[in-house]
Write a protein that binds this ligand. Structure first.
Ligand code: HAM
Length: 446
């Protein structure tokens, strides 16, 4: 047997988010959280694992997700059938009903976290991916639809993202879809020779989804199919018109896409997608819609709902493609030291500087050793810190530290009394000295 250990790698389609990308993720999440907060949305966290039946009931039995993409397993302890959540809406709605959250009026909620779908991995499509989502429960008018859409627009603006266009449709209510469905089935039956195997299978179970086909040979057929929009009754039309009027009044650009039907069954009336051309085939960065009947199917009182979810990987990739990500500093101060006594002093001072609210990285030994002053200073430069604090034997015996500015090419080096070093650094870093620098990044948190 060879001694060489086989490498274990991550599961296909499930990615590590490495430190180089973490700042962009953090920027996305912080910006999204503050935008949601500015519209009064509250955070909710639901479990990653739920009963399998929850998703079949919410998303629909004849959908790609439920038919072939769920990570389902039997709990070996008790035989329960469980599933890693493929999306967030089902769990949020379950929680709203279970805890009677909407008893005292409507709720605006948001969530983030990993979702799991056994899809064929490709650029922008993964088996574990992260969503940032919002659900507004208990609002019936088109105003909340507009709010959710405008909240997305604000987020794109705050992130500096361009070229994300809005596609909008109304898929009416169950009766309207039923009448459309009957005509649609008749239409597809009359053209059965053009249908592919998938479409034939879906013809009676879920003909609306045939409109979503990517098969080029079927495009003419689906383009000429009866359009759901022309089956909408007065109320559905009024809702859709109401939404469009608010969007128009607020200068939100959109196109009505009559073929936008979404891949989950819980939707009614408003559905929408935000799409970019900059990411190749997987260009939908955010998608959502209304699901007024869903809460009732979970045993709750009839309560309307609407929401969206964004794919964070796709948005982070777009941020990368469109912006110059600022290289954020790892810390404010990097501690360089040489010798046993100096190391003890460095530890004490680093804790005091952190007490004062600054971030400090203290140089630590590696298998290659403690490192010369020169190699430690290289690390200090690379850290993006504003200052290096240097302690050698001379500094220890004189009761001082050397403080070197790393932001100027010819950085000044000052000798500062050990006990005055904290105040000196806070004054230099927080006191405004460095604040006009573009790359300035103060970690101050008193
Ligand atoms: P969805 O369209 O299935 O809707 O997913 C929403 C977004 O999640 C997509 O537009 C995409 O950005 C991202 N996404 C989906 N699948 C993947 C994947 N395999 N890899 C990477 N990103 C992906 C929902 O999930 C609904 N729960 C949205 C919603 C909330 N509707 C109402 N409320």
């Amino acid at each position: 047997m060879s001694d060489k250990k086989e490498k274990i790698v991550a599961i296909k389609g499930m990615n590590d988010i490495l430190p180089a990308d973490a700042p962009l993720w953090e920027l996305f999440e912080n910006t999204a959280e503050s935008v949601l907060k500015s519209y009064g949305y509250q955070k909710i966290v639901t479990p990653i694992v739920e009963e399998t039946g929850l998703f079949a009931r919410a998303i629909g039995a004849v959908t790609d997700i439920v038919e072939k993409e769920m990570y389902s397993f039997t709990d070996s302890m008790n035989g329960d059938l469980l599933t890693l959540r493929p999306e967030g809406t089902a769990g949020v709605v379950r929680a709203v009903v279970e805890h009677n959250l909407a008893y005292d009026g409507p709720k605006r909620l948001w969530y983030k976290g990993p979702m799991f779908r056994h899809e064929r991995p490709q650029r922008g499509r993964y088996r574990q991916f992260f969503q940032f989502g919002a659900e507004a429960i208990g609002f019936s008018g088109p105003d909340i639809d507009a709010e959710l859409i405008m909240l997305c627009r604000r987020l794109w603006d705050d992130l500096g993202l361009d070229g994300i266009r809005l596609e909008l449709n109304s898929i009416g209510n169950a009766d309207e879809r039923q009448r459309h469905r009957a005509d649609l089935i008749a239409y597809f039956e009359a053209n059965a020779d053009v249908l592919d195997a998938e479409a034939k299978r879906r013809l009676h179970a879920n003909p609306l989804r045939i409109l979503d086909t990517k098969n080029p040979a079927m495009q003419d057929l689906v383009n000429a199919a009866p359009q759901l929009l022309s089956y909408l009754g007065e109320e559905s039309l009024a809702h859709f018109d109401g939404l469009k009027a608010i969007l128009d009044a607020n200068n939100v650009q959109y196109t009505v896409n009559p073929r936008l039907v979404r891949g989950l069954d819980y939707y009614n009336r408003t559905v929408f997608e935000w799409v970019t051309d900059a990411l190749g085939a997987q260009g939908t960065v955010c998608a959502g819609g209304r699901y007024d009947p869903l809460i009732e199917t979970f045993g709750g009182k009839p309560t309307p709902g609407i929401g969206f979810a964004m794919g964070i990987e796709r948005l982070v990739e777009l941020m990368k493609a469109q912006g110059e990500p600022a290289e954020p500093a790892q810390c404010d101060v990097y501690m360089v030291h040489q010798g046993e006594q100096a190391r003890l002093r460095a530890f004490i001072l680093a804790e005091r500087i952190r007490d004062a609210g600054l971030d400090v990285v203290l140089h630590c030994a590696t298998p290659a050793g403690a490192g010369s002053f020169k190699s430690q200073m290289k690390k200090a430069d690379g850290s993006g810190a504003a200052f290096a604090v240097i302690i050698g034997e001379d500094e220890v015996s004189n009761g001082v530290v050397a403080v070197k500015s790393l932001r100027e090419a010819e950085g000044q080096q000052e000798s500062v009394a050990f006990d005055a070093a904290v105040d000196y650094l806070v004054d230099q870093i927080v006191g405004g000295h460095d604040h006009d620098h573009d790359h300035d990044h103060v970690h101050y948190h008193p």
